[in-house]
Design a protein around this ligand. Sequence first.
Ligand code: FES
Ligand code: FES
Length: 154
Amino acid sequence: MKISLTLNGEVVTADVEPRQSLVDFLRASGLTGTHSGCEHGVCGACSVRVGGHVVRGCLMLAVQTDGQTVETIEGLTQSAAIADLQAAFHRRNALQCGFCTAGMLLTAHELLALDPLPSRDDIRDYLSGNYCRCTGYQAIIDAIADVAAERSGR
Ligand code: FES
Ligand code: FES
């Protein structure tokens, strides 16, 4: 099926199999920052933004993005929208293998847009759908709390 979408700010047309998942489509398009982990909606490694909302790329078909706006970690990095979160993850050692990191960053970005100064419990709760196999959760929460405080001038 032919689809046309805005992918990281550029209009893209593609021929996709009706059953191809969004994460597989993105990775086959060279956007390998989005990872495929559990492939059934549990781990959050495949998180991307569709229409401004973070979704699971493994639970969405590529054909469903026809006419939509899709943003991946590459697009958010290029626009510098999450530069402070990325710097804080680096500074706080909030990534080890990095497999979960794109999903963590997208989810953290969404949380801070909804709630600029979340408590540590709020951060934990919002990230509960993103798994880190390296179990660096404390450092991830530290990094997000740092950015929330910096952005709020605290
Ligand atoms: Fe999609 Fe795990 S790969 S939630
Ligand atoms: Fe390895 Fe999270 S840093 S899975």
